[in-house]
Ligand binder design. Structure first.
Ligand SMILES: C[S@@+](CC[C@H](N)C(=O)[O-])C[C@H]1O[C@@H](n2cnc3c(N)ncnc32)[C@H](O)[C@@H]1O
Length: 262
């Protein structure tokens, strides 16, 4: 099975950090840190991208590796890390075919990245690869989202612009998405522009269909169970409170029990 072409390329990668802005106080950062402090190291950051979490945790002395299928995102991560004199271990791989030399106590899949694998067979395979990469008693933690609920509009659009601090170049993203209740996936169209003094000096149009799969709480639980995870727990957003029925954003933790505990 050949995975689809990687998504985070060109202006998507170049604009990623600029459009996200200051992420230093995002709540998931504190949540995952607490998880690492509780369950231990080594840690793998899946879909580490430009290193939002990885670089912060490396700076704190945490033994953490990163993997991502986008060479562009990894190059930005490497560059940012080098500026801080950090030496991250980064792997360019597709999650569906994950094959790393180490096994981990904690594997993080932040920013709903699991949901970017839409094909059912592929996500089942990816979950098994994650399970394989855990040490006995290790845990997988992933943030997940319900993208659509009955009665809500199927179409949405939004726009964001931000300036890059280093050279003042403006980046603009116009995002449109259509949710299909039958496949439970959305397709997306994104226009990215680089703007200098009100002139568009570069633009790219990115389409993805399907782009993202939606998960209810029970579908997320089943996904983890199917891969062999046990003691599966769902939390409300990035808290340690039990998930509430109305929560669209939730985190899932699954344990790989040692063979004598199964
Ligand atoms: C939503 S971004 C999150 C980036 C980073 N974790 C953060 O929070 O800023 C998803 C990341 O996962 C990567 N990715 C998407 N699909 C992937 C796959 N099948 N295998 C490995 N990485 C993937 C993308 O290249 C991108 O860097």
């Amino acid at each position: 099975m050949k995975p689809p072409e990687y998504e985070y390329k060109g202006l998507v990668a170049e604009a990623w950090d600029v459009l996200r802005g200051d992420t230093s106080n995002w709540v998931d950062r504190h949540f995952y840190l607490k998880i690492i402090q509780t369950y231990g190291e080594p840690v793998l950051d899946v879909g580490c991208g430009t290193g939002r979490l990885l670089i912060d945790y490396l700076q704190q002395g945490i033994d953490i590796d990163g993997m991502d299928n986008s060479p562009e995102m990894l190059a930005i991560c490497q560059h940012k890390a080098e500026k801080l004199r950090l030496k991250p271990t980064l792997y360019e791989q597709y999650l569906e075919n994950l094959e790393l030399p180490r096994r981990y106590r904690v594997i993080l899949v932040p920013s709903s990245t699991l949901q970017l694998i839409c094909e059912v067979k592929a996500i089942v395979k990816a979950m098994k690869r994650l399970y394989e990469h855990l040490l006995p008693n290790g845990i997988l933690v992933a943030s997940m989202m319900t993208l659509w609920k009955e009665g809500e509009p199927l179409y949405s659009e939004w726009e964001k612009t931000a300036f890059r601090e280093t050279d003042g170049i403006k980046f603009r993203r116009v995002a449109r998405s259509w949710f299909d209740p039958v496949s439970e996936c959305e397709r997306t169209e994104d226009l990215y522009q680089k703007i200098v003094h009100d002139n568009v000096i570069m633009e790219e149009f990115h389409q993805r269909s399907p782009a993202t799969r939606s998960y209810s709480h029970s579908q997320a639980r089943d996904l983890f169970a199917k891969a062999g995870f046990q003691n599966i727990r769902l939390f409300s957003g990035f808290t340690f409170d039990q998930v509430k029925p109305e929560d669209r954003l939730f985190t899932v933790i699954g344990h790989k029990l040692s063979s004598c505990e199964r």
